[in-house]
Design a protein around this ligand. Structure first.
Ligand SMILES: Nc1ncnc2c1ncn2[C@@H]1O[C@H](COP(=O)(O)OP(=O)(O)O)[C@@H](O)[C@H]1O
Ligand SMILES: [Mg+2]
Length: 331
C-alpha cells in the first residue's frame, strides 16, 4: 500500500524531520532515506541533533564527513564544535592580517569569547545545513534529522540575527582592541598608545579594516538568506513532524506545526510513531485506547494535515533490516 508520505515527499529535494526527543526522528529520517535510495534516488541523511544517534541506529560509526550507509544512501552527523572552529579561524585570520601585531592577543581573547557566546553553536549547525543544501547534487534528496528544540523555524529569522551578531562582533572587537591598547599604553607601551591615538586619527584605516571583517561575516549571512529561500519553497522543501500519541509530544507537535507554518514552511505530514497494538494484552490495549484520544486531538487541531500511524515494532529498529521494517509503514 502506498502511504501518503511517499507521494508527499517523493518530489522534494529537502526534507526536514523534527519532533520531541525520543519519538523516532532519526529512525523515520533513516527509513525514509533508505526507501528513497532503494527507489534509485541518491540520498543524504544529515543529523543535526547534538545527541546524535544516526550511527547507533545504523550500527556503525558516522561522523562529521558523509559515510555510506547503504547503496545510494549516505549519512553525516554534524559536529557543531568543528564548524564553529572553522568559522572563527577564518575570521581570526582576517582580523590578524588587519590588526597591528601587538593587538593580536586581544583578537584571540575576543574570538575565544565569541566561541562560547549563546547562539554560536546553533548558528554553526545551521550554517552547515545551509552548506549541505547548497552543495547538494542536482538529483539528490537531503533528509535533515533535526534537534528537538525546533530550531528550524528560527532559521527563518537568522539572516537578521546574523546581522546583529556581525554588528556586535565588530563593535566588541573595536572596543576590546582599543581597550587593550590603552591598557598597554598605561603600562608604558608607547607604540600601543600611539596606535590608539592613531586609530582615532585615521578612521579611514579602521573603516577599511571593518569593511573586510564585515565581508567575511556577511558571506555567512548570505548563506542563511539562501537557505531561507529554499526552506520557504514549498515545491522543493517539506517538513515531517514525528510524534508519539502522548500528551506532551502532541502539544509540542501542534506548537511546532504552528511555528513552522508561521515561518512559511510546508508541513507535509505528521507521523504518529510507536502506536500500541490493540490485540496484545490488556496493558497495551489500554494504552491504545489512551492513544486514540491523542490522535483525535491531533486530527482536530490539524485537520488538513496527513497523519501516518506507525506501529510499535516488536524488534529493535537497528541497521538496514530494522529500518526496512519501519520503512514498510512509511513508504
Ligand atoms: N516504530 C517503532 N517501533 C519500535 N521502536 C522504535 C520505533 N521507532 C523508533 N524506535 C526506537 O525508539 C528509539 C528512539 O528513536 P530515535 O529515532 O532515536 O528517536 P529520536 O531521534 O527522535 O530521538 C530508538 O531506539 C529506535 O530504535
Ligand atoms: Mg535522533
Amino acid at each position: 500500500m502506498t502511504s501518503p508520505l511517499t507521494e508527499l515527499t517523493r518530489h522534494r529535494d529537502v526534507l526536514f524531520v523534527g519532533g520531541k526527543g525520543g519519538v523516532g526522528k532519526t529512525a523515520v529520517a533513516s527509513a525514509l532515506g533508505l526507501a528513497r535510495a532503494r527507489e534509485g534516488r541518491r540520498t543524504l541523511v544529515v543529523s543535526t541533533d547534538p545527541a546524535h544517534n544516526l550511527g547507533h541506529l545504523w550500527g556503525r560509526p558516522v561522523g562529521d564527513s558523509p559515510v555510506e550507509l547503504a547503496p545510494l544512501l549516505r549519512g553525516v552527523e554534524i559536529d557543531p564544535g568543528r564548524t564553529t572552529d572553522a568559522h572563527l579561524s577564518a575570521v581570526r585570520q582576517t582580523m590578524r592580517r588587519l590588526m597591528p601585531e601587538h593587538l593580536q592577543g586581544e583578537v584571540d581573547k575576543h574570538l575565544d569569547l565569541a566561541r562560547d557566546a549563546p547562539g554560536t553553536h546553533e548558528a554553526a549547525v545551521l550554517e552547515r545545513v545551509a552548506e549541505v543544501v547548497e552543495q547538494r547534487a542536482a538529483d539528490e534528496l537531503v533528509v535533515i534529522d533535526t534537534a528537538p528544540s525546533g530550531h528550524t523555524s528560527r532559521l527563518v529569522a537568522l539572516p537578521e540575527l546574523m546581522q546583529a551578531w556581525t554588528e556586535g562582533l565588530l563593535r566588541r572587537q573595536d572596543r576590546s582592541a582599543r581597550f587593550g591598547a590603552a591598557l598597554r599604553g598605561l603600562e608604558g607601551d608607547d607604540q600601543a598608545a600611539a596606535d590608539v591615538v592613531g586609530s582615532r586619527r585615521s578612521p579611514d584605516r579602521r573603516s577599511r579594516r571593518d569593511a573586510e571583517i564585515r565581508e567575511v561575516l556577511d558571506r555567512r549571512q548570505q548563506r542563511f538568506r539562501h537557505l531561507r529561500t529554499v526552506l520557504q519553497d514549498h515545491d522543493r522543501t517539506g517538513f515531517v513532524i514525528v510524534t508519539a500519541a502522548e500528551r506532551l509530544p502532541v502539544l509540542e507537535s501542534v506548537e511546532l506545526h504552528e511555528q513552522l507554518t508561521r515561518a512559511g514552511m510546508d508541513v507535509v505530514a505528521l507521523v504518529v510513531n510507536k502506536r500500541s497494538p490493540g490485540d496484545a494484552g490488556d496493558l497495551l490495549a489500554a494504552r491504545r485506547t489512551l492513544e486514540e484520544g491523542y490522535v483525535e486531538q491531533l486530527a482536530s487541531a490539524l485537520p488538513h494535515l496527513s497523519v501516518i500511524q506507525v506501529p510499535l515494532l516488536a524488534g529493535e529498529v537497528l541497521g538496514e533490516e530494522g529500518l526496512t521494517a519501519l520503512g514498510r509503514h512509511l513508504a
